[in-house]
Ligand binder design. Structure first.
Ligand SMILES: NC(=O)c1ccc[n+]([C@@H]2O[C@H](COP(=O)([O-])OP(=O)(O)OC[C@H]3O[C@@H](n4cnc5c(N)ncnc54)[C@H](OP(=O)(O)O)[C@@H]3O)[C@@H](O)[C@H]2O)c1
Length: 302
């Protein structure tokens, strides 16, 4: 449901109301800093790779912000900084309303290198802070070094919270055992209807510790949208397959969902999924179309 935020504007003593931006009905989860992470945002992988597509990408990010989305997920890897630059262009003066997540490459995750990488991201994003800064995946740098750098960035106000991506349960155990690692804000993982492996082990592990999960590739980059079972439920609910796939994730406690869309109709459709609440019948049919795993499986990544 879109509810419009009204602000009283005092001009020459007269009070008038100005429509600022719609406020979406998005829940949020508390992080170690006390900040809250919205349960829905937009992804930016594959953006910033091609100059010819820049205007379209900036327009898509702007549209999402205009419609009330606040969380934007990016990484230094995306377009080798190009996605962060596109975000800066789209954000303009609205930074303070937004929640920006970025990630450091594993080969830049050393004690000094991570600080330099973060400073480069801040410059490209044209901001003084990143809300959540993640290790993109595990590389050869010791976790203790990365966490030390993340903690220094946090103390210096360059990042507000920090966390990880693509870490399975055993890696998470190792991360939280490092001094400062217990402040992990999230694990961003591949999780969608067709990739339900983390339901055994990792997701319950995070839930027990109140660590929100960021589910990436929520429509499996478009691949899962052709599923006949999904299409049937979408038709019954007068929704689209993408909306059902997103609603399935959004209905889960502690889940943050970050679809990426450049086409404006996709941006609007994905945001409208926030209004779709699945019922028991939908859920049972989804379990049939995408059976939950019977046991633990190693975490997949894209
Ligand atoms: N941490 C990691 O290692 C990692 C890995 C992968 C992704 N991520 C993050 O997660 C975000 C999302 O994942 P993703 O980009 O891999 O995949 P995704 O969001 O599952 O899928 C994106 C694709 O789906 C299309 N799409 C979006 N909404 C649609 C709709 N309503 N109907 C039909 N098609 C639709 C998009 O088309 P158009 O763009 O043409 O509109 C695009 O081709 C990324 O952008 C990135 O921020 C993180």
């Amino acid at each position: 449901m879109l509810t419009w935020a009204l602000r009283e504007v005092h001009d020459d003593g007269a009070a008038t109301s100005e429509v600022l931006a719609p406020m979406l009905n998005i829940r949020s989860y508390p992080l170690p800093s006390g900040a809250r992470m919205p349960a829905f945002g937009i992804g930016t992988w594959r953006m910033g790779e091609n100059r010819a597509r820049r205007a379209e990408e900036v327009a898509a990010i702007k549209l999402a912000i205009d419609l009330g989305v606040t969380l934007i997920d990016t990484a230094e890897m995306y377009g080798e900084g190009g996605a962060e630059e596109a975000i800066a262009e789209a954000v303009g003066g609205r930074r303070d309303k937004l929640f920006i997540v970025s990630k450091v490459y594993p080969h830049n995750a050393g004690k000094r290198a991570a600080i330099e990488a973060c400073e480069r991201s801040l410059k490209r994003l044209k901001t003084d802070r990143i809300d959540v800064y993640l290790l993109h995946w595990r590389g050869s740098v010791a976790f203790a070094e990365t966490v030390e750098a993340f903690e220094r960035l946090r103390r210096d106000g360059k990042i507000v919270d920090h966390g990880v991506s693509n870490l399975d349960t055993d890696d998470m155990e190792e991360w939280v055992a490092v001094k400062g690692g217990e402040r992990v804000a999230t694990d961003q993982i591949l999780y969608n209807l067709s990739r339900r492996g983390p339901e055994h082990g990792l997701i319950p592990w995070c839930r027990r510790r109140k660590i929100p999960i960021m589910a990436y590739s929520p429509v499996d980059q478009g691949r899962l949208l052709k599923n006949a079972g999904l299409k049937k439920i979408a038709d019954r609910r007068q929704a689209t397959p993408a909306q059902v796939a997103l609603a399935w994730l959004l209905g889960q406690d502690g889940m943050v969902v970050i679809p990426k869309a450049v086409r404006p109709e996709h941006v609007r459709e994905d945001i409208a999924a926030l209004d779709l609440k699945l019922d028991k019948e939908d859920m049972a049919e989804l379990d049939k179309a995408f059976p939950p795993p019977k046991g633990a499986k190693p975490l997949e990544m894209l």
